[in-house]
Design a protein around this ligand. Structure first.
Ligand SMILES: Cc1ncc(COP(=O)(O)O)c(C=O)c1O
Length: 403
């Protein structure tokens, strides 16, 4: 719990709490009640028990020897793909759903991009008997149709966000509108390390279980050592900050976040918030200040990624701080590089990663080239690929059925 001190509202120039006046009372209530509730033994016992018996934690740390040989460094995968519902999102969804219940809220709303946060939230609400509404961009509903079915099967309602690019940003806009109208009864369960304070701190806290476990597991397997580097994909930044959190104070552990380069920075079709092309700069979006893709007039830029969970114009504020301070490095993986990494892991290890996680693997291949011989790394395998099979099948059918 001490790790919460100092986490926001500001991360140097980033973060903060930029909200409409109507949201001020519910955000203040959340800030106050969150601190009280997570400090209580009742919350901690229930949450830790559910992480173990419902989510299936601890997730394994798997040494992938064939993949290691292919990329030239000893690689461990933190297996969030094996968590219940198939991704790291459940750690946060369950924690916040319990928080909502203990705050006396009867209704939970959430946004989702890849659908994994929607699935995790629907599962947590089904378990706890809370009404659940998930906002999802229409484009994402089409490319993640399987997750839409899963959410509905667990009793939640899916509402299509039809504005803008019909992706994650638009789903968050609609969820925020709902929250403004229904703040008395409704808890907004935000899915990444983003948004107005205290959300980046809350999400980091619930995802820090990834880093805490990984540190212990690595030490047990490697004679008490620390890894040389960590690699994670960065959408809003929750799986990455969850893994990094246990190692930020260890200067010998290099931290690498991987953004989605889509079809390349110069194409304009990408989701690179830390790019060099001048398309991204500091700005306020959806409650906080951080790097945002935008044009010269401050209009939010359109984004693209093969991975819906990375298809978002803003990066979480703590990543902005880690990048500006030089503590973490951020690199890119394109759609093609991610797909190749996905195929490599599937073929050599029998593990099909989510398209988001495939960006971390593609990043690891690049990071491996700059590490000394004998280096050992942890890659966060944030989710499994089942949800992406339709997209993967479309993209690979040309290779498999050449004319
Ligand atoms: C499997 C998976 N990994 C990564 C992400 C990216 O989110 P974040 O950066 O918050 O971890 C998502 C988002 O939906 C996801 O589903």
């Amino acid at each position: 719990m001490e790790t919460l001190a100092g986490q926001g509202p500001w991360f140097d120039d980033h973060g903060g709490c930029f909200i409409a006046e109507t949201l001020s009372p519910p955000v203040s209530e959340l800030t106050e009640r969150y601190q009280q509730i997570i400090a209580s033994a009742a919350f901690q016992q229930r949450y830790r028990s559910l992480l173990k018996h419902y989510v299936g934690r601890a997730t394994p740390l798997t040494l992938v020897e064939n993949f290691s040989r292919e990329i030239g460094v000893k690689t461990y995968l933190k297996r969030e793909d094996l968590a219940h519902t198939g991704a790291h999102k459940i750690n946060n969804a369950l924690g916040q759903a319990l928080l909502a219940q203990m705050m006396g809220k009867r209704r939970v709303i959430a946004e989702t991009g890849a659908g994994q946060h929607g699935v995790a939230t629907a599962a947590a609400c089904a378990l706890l008997g809370i009404e659940c509404v998930i906002y999802m961009g229409l484009r994402d509903m089409q490319r993640q149709a399987l997750n839409v079915q899963r959410i509905r099967l667990m009793g939640a309602r899916v509402v299509a966000a039809t504005g803008g690019t019909q992706t994650l940003k638009d789903a968050i806009n609609d969820a925020l509108r709902d929250w403004v109208a229904n703040a008395d009864t409704t808890y907004y369960l935000l899915g990444s390390a983003l948004g107005p304070h205290p959300y980046p701190a809350i999400v980091r806290y619930f995802q820090s279980v990834i880093g805490d476990e990984a540190r212990q597991q690595f030490a047990a397997l490697e004679d008490g050592a620390l890894p040389d580097a960590l690699v994670a994909c960065v959408g809003g930044g929750s799986n990455a900050i969850g893994l990094f959190s246990a190692f930020i104070e260890e200067p010998d552990v290099q931290l690498f976040g991987v953004e989605a380069a889509g079809q390349g920075e110069s194409s304009g079709n990408h989701s690179i918030r830390f790019g060099q092309g001048g398309q991204s700069r500091s700005g306020v979006l959806q409650g906080c200040r951080s790097y945002v893709l935008q044009d010269a007039n401050g209009q939010i830029g359109e984004t693209h990624s093969i991975a819906p969970g990375l298809d978002y114009p803003m990066v979480g504020p703590e990543h902005a701080q880690l990048r500006d301070s030089g503590r973490a490095n951020y690199l890119w993986a394109s759609d093609d590089e991610a797909l190749q990494a996905l195929q490599l892991l599937s073929r050599c290890e029998g593990i099909i990663p989510a398209l988001e996680s495939a960006h971390a693997l593609a990043g690891a291949i690049k990071v491996a080239r700059q590490l000394p011989p004998g280096a050992r790394i942890i890659v966060n395998l944030s989710g499994r690929g089942d949800k992406d099979m339709q997209t993967i099948a479309q993209l690979t059918s040309a290779e498999e059925n050449p004319q």
